[in-house]
Ligand binder design. Structure first.
Ligand code: AMP
Length: 410
């Protein structure tokens, strides 16, 4: 199948070919015809599958075929980074046609706020917004969805995780009942199905390779003690073949600590976390995309929707709590069929998380030998470690815990 098969408007085809898209991805092959037919859609697809273009292309096509002076499409997504990326994709695809969009998210100054309100009054085709900011606009009467035709909820599961369920339901009360509703989610927990049933009308359903990481990712695991992690990461970063690296760590305090440590080996290391101002976050993201920053360290805020091409390595400094988050994190590399490496550092406590990740994926990730300078790592025995750590939780005074889990090489 090629993009020509969809009979898109010529100016739209020109835009997507100029972005380097040669053929549709599987989610695009399945979702585009449904959206072109104006049917409601619930699609289970992760970032990295080409899901954004899967809904943007048919919607832009609809807009070009029947231009109006009214706000036509509302796209709601969880984070400002994702909103900005969606807006950039609209700019790219719509480069040769006249489709106007606006990105609305929190954390802006008063000037930007005024500009957004002005643009809304003048009329745009597509509004991309985070739920919180959108509610404020709706409550002030600054935005009118009377003529809305398409509603897209992108990364719906993440929005619910972030506590936006009620906001989304109240936003929907402001929208016309007759509209096309499109919901994209990386996972389909019961709460998402319930939401989908409430807001969509006889939706078609598409499931794209749920919980399977992209085929081009080389996955590796090091079973290590916490005390070995820093030195190991420094060694890994010495390999200059890894030109663009993301490191995920569990909390923003750990991210900041790791930034200070890794600066010793690479001056361009940057931390990305929610304490930074929006402008700083945008600048870091720009520099990372432009390859001025080689190593970016962040929490899971980085794992969803960050669309940077050519990331050669993802390091999980710790195993993520939720196996689905692992898929999202490593999905930052090997995007759109390119190759990439994902390395996960697993201490004794995280071994049980690794076994859940492997259960979800249905295969075992390659275990890498620890460089001899760092001494031997712990045994891999998730069941025994699980027992030990849950005992530790219930009896923190247990002296056994410390003696047993001390690094053997020390
Ligand atoms: P997404 O899943 O929407 O986050 O998209 C992942 C990446 O794939 C983005 O960088 C897109 O620009 C890119 N992409 C989307 N569709 C295609 C396509 N058909 N061919 C090549 N790259 C694509």
């Amino acid at each position: 199948m090629t993009f020509d098969d969809f009979n898109f408007d010529d100016s739209l085809l020109e835009g997507l070919y100029s972005m380097g898209y040669k053929k549709p991805t599987p989610i695009q092959e399945q979702a585009i015809p449904v959206i072109l037919k104006n049917k409601d859609l619930i699609a289970c697809a992760q970032t990295g599958t080409g899901k954004t273009a899967a809904y943007l292309l048919p919607i832009i096509h609809h807009i070009l075929k029947a231009p109006t002076r009214h706000l036509n499409t509302l796209i709601i997504a969880p984070t400002r980074e994702l909103i900005l990326q969606i807006d950039q994709q609209i700019d790219g695809m719509g480069y040769f046609c006249s489709v106007g969009s606006i990105a609305i998210y929190g954390g802006n100054d008063g000037m930007t706020w005024e500009k957004q309100k002005h643009a809304l009054r003048e009329g745009v085709d597509i509004v991309c917004a985070t739920p919180g900011r959108l509610i404020a606009l709706l409550q002030n009467g600054d935005i009118n969805f009377e003529h809305l035709q398409h509603l897209v909820l992108d990364e719906a599961d993440r929005m619910l995780d972030m506590g936006f369920f009620d906001d989304i339901k109240s936003i929907i009360n402001y929208l016309p009942k007759k509209r096309q509703t499109i919901l994209f989610s990386a996972t389909m927990p019961p709460k998402i199905r319930m939401l989908a049933n409430q807001i969509a009308n006889e939706p078609e359903q598409i499931n794209i390779a749920i919980s399977k990481p992209a085929a081009g990712i080389v996955q590796q695991v090091y079973i290590v003690y916490d005390s070995q992690k820093e030195s190991l990461v420094k060694l890994i970063l010495k390999n200059k073949d890894f030109q663009s690296v993301i490191i995920f760590s569990s909390t923003k305090d750990n991210v900041k600590l790791l930034e200070r440590t890794l600066r010793q080996v690479d001056g361009s290391v940057k931390a990305f976390h929610s304490d930074l101002e929006q402008v700083e976050r945008e600048e870091i993201m720009r520099d990372f995309k432009a390859k001025k920053i080689r190593v970016l360290i962040g929490t899971d805020i980085l794992s969803r929707g960050i669309d940077v091409d050519g990331i050669s390595l993802v390091i999980n400094y710790n195993a993520p709590p939720d196996p689905e988050d692992y898929i999202h994190r490593i999905g930052r590399t090997a995007r759109a069929e390119k190759a990439g490496v994902a390395i996960t550092l697993v201490n004794e406590r995280d071994q049980i998380k690794l076994s859940k990740i492997e259960d979800l994926m249905g295969f075992e990730v390659a275990r890498m030998p620890i460089p001899s300078d760092l001494g031997p790592g712990p045994e891999y025995n998730p069941a025994a470690n699980k027992k030990e750590f849950s005992n530790f939780k219930s009896n923190k005074k247990s002296s056994n815990y410390f003696s047993k889990s001390k690094p053997k090489h020390k």
